[in-house]
Design a binder for this molecule. Structure first.
Ligand code: PEP
Ligand code: CO
Length: 467
């Protein structure tokens, strides 16, 4: 074969996407699934109904296009890793409450509509820095999220089990079902802004500020509207649009949920119906990798995590591969450099992206670049580092002429059994390293608790106003 033929062949291979074409590429971070069981699970999943509808996915993309222009703001958040055992009504409800409260603070204080996207209903697969880990002196396969294996420290529990993908599907469906009920059934109505103020936050200074400066003001506004004859029982007040997202990591699962949409104005378009928005992790965003190959063929809005190991020229090529038509709302760049590193890593990225005229939404994940070991050995993050990275992100965007359009958090509401978690230090209650052990229960990365999340939202609202 001549060189020209080889390159023509490579181009053809690049342009013919199908839902399995990722299999011809290197797929990092995949579990070692047993083949026969994997085949069986994929067959079952492929026949099950999609979890979300293509029309909803298109709506979210249109909203994100607005956020990229500064006409809306993206709030994305939830667990680092959802757990099967925590899939219960109280847990789902309390995380939703925190997100709704944060959204109310951001909308009211920041003066822009807020797009609410949970890291929920499918965030069950985790990339790991090493394929094995030491547990009580024994080397075991790493825990890769509940959709692969169990966090329990035995060789049996750590085997990759494809049945877990089916369980992940069913629990995602159960979670979504409740989220949809809460979104439309009155719970999320702005008339309930007081009710979202959770008991344990109510008594804190942050809960007080929420009551005073947001909940009461919204209530007054609604009363005023009623008094002048505007009915406030319209869907915009009584309902909320809530979307789901997760890292598209296990490609067998994502492929099984890919569906061709019969309603799309253009036939032959595919959507990954496992969630509304999917993101590609910092460890799996290689231009010629399997994740980019799979995601380039589905029309969901895509996030891409970008950490300090980035090469801006390569990121530009990945964006062009994922979004060849430069469609607005398709790409969200979720930067996660770490406090103190934003000034170094963000400007070259913004310049490279702007230089090519690419449409992206700039979003900051102030969590993943700020992990540290506490004195007692827990993996933690400090409120101050998280806040500092956000401030640096807003400042650099301003200097470079980019719109700071969203934030991405690992957070949780009250745990059903144990109450407020203590996984990140700092914030209004001044949680110290020593306090972390009190209720440290994440299966993966440390999350902001409800009080820390609300406090963060107040600070971000100021940043939005200032930008
Ligand atoms: C995550 O969001 O949980 C994650 C692993 O992020 P990143 O790919 O940025 O490390
Ligand atoms: Co994480």
């Amino acid at each position: 074969m001549s060189l020209l033929q080889i390159s023509t062949f490579a181009n053809t291979a690049m342009t013919t996407w199908n839902k399995s074409s990722w299999k011809s590429k290197t797929a990092l971070q995949q579990p070692e699934w047993p083949a026969a069981e994997l085949h069986e699970a994929n067959k079952l999943l492929s026949h099950l109904p999609p979890l979300v509808a293509a029309g909803e996915i298109r709506d979210l993309k249109a909203h994100l296009a607005k956020a990229a222009k500064g006409q809306a703001f993206l709030l994305q958040g939830g667990d680092c890793s959802e757990e099967f055992a925590r899939c219960s009504a109280p847990n789902i409800k309390s995380t939703l409450k925190v997100l709704l409260q944060m959204a109310a603070i951001l909308t009211y204080g920041g003066g822009r509509p807020v797009i609410k996207v949970g890291r929920m209903a499918g965030q069950y697969a985790k990339p790991r820095s090493s394929p094995t880990e030491m547990v009580n002196g024994v080397e075991l396969p790493s825990y890769r999220g509940d959709m692969c294996n169990s966090v329990e420290g035995t060789p049996e529990a750590r085997k990759a089990d494809p049945q877990r993908m089916l369980k992940g599907y069913y629990l995602s469906a159960a979670t979504l079902n409740l989220l949809r009920a809460f979104a439309q059934g009155g719970f999320s109505s702005l008339h309930n802004v007081h009710k979202w103020n959770q008991e344990f936050v109510k008594n804190s200074p942050v809960g007080g500020s929420y009551e005073q400066s947001v909940a009461r003001q919204i209530e007054r506004t609604l009363t005023f509207m009623e008094n002048i004859g505007i009915h406030t029982d319209m869907p915009q007040i009584k309902e909320v649009e809530f979307f789901t997202s997760h890292e598209a990591l296990f490609l067998d699962y994502e492929e099984s949920l890919a569906r061709e949409d019969s309603e799309d104005e253009v036939p032959g378009r595919w959507y990954d119906c496992s969630g509304h928005m999917l993101w590609i992790g910092d460890r799996t965003r290689q231009l010629e990798g399997a994740h980019v190959e799979f995601l380039r063929g589905v029309r969901n809005p895509l996030g891409m995590k970008v950490g300090p190991g980035h090469n801006p020229e390569e990121i530009v090529k990945v964006i062009q591969r994922l979004n060849p038509d430069n469609e607005e709302g398709r790409m969200t760049l979720i930067t996660r450099f770490g406090a103190g590193k934003v000034e170094q890593y963000l400007p070259p990225l913004i310049r490279a992206v702007k230089g090519e005229g690419l449409n992206v939404l700039w979003c900051c994940d102030p969590m993943h670049g700020n992990i540290r070991k506490s004195l007692s050995g827990c993996k933690t993050r400090s409120f101050e580092d998280i806040l500092a990275e956000l401030q640096q992100f807003f400042a650099v965007c301003q200097i470079e002429g980019a719109v700071p359009g969203g934030v991405h958090f690992e957070l949780t509401g009250k745990d059903e059994q144990t109450g407020d978690v203590t996984e990140c230090t700092g914030g209004a209650s001044g949680l110290s390293d020593e306090g972390l052990r009190r209720n440290y229960c994440t299966a993966c990365d440390p999350r902001l608790n409800a009080e820390q999340s609300l406090e963060m939202a107040f600070r971000i609202a100021e940043m939005i106003k200032g930008s």
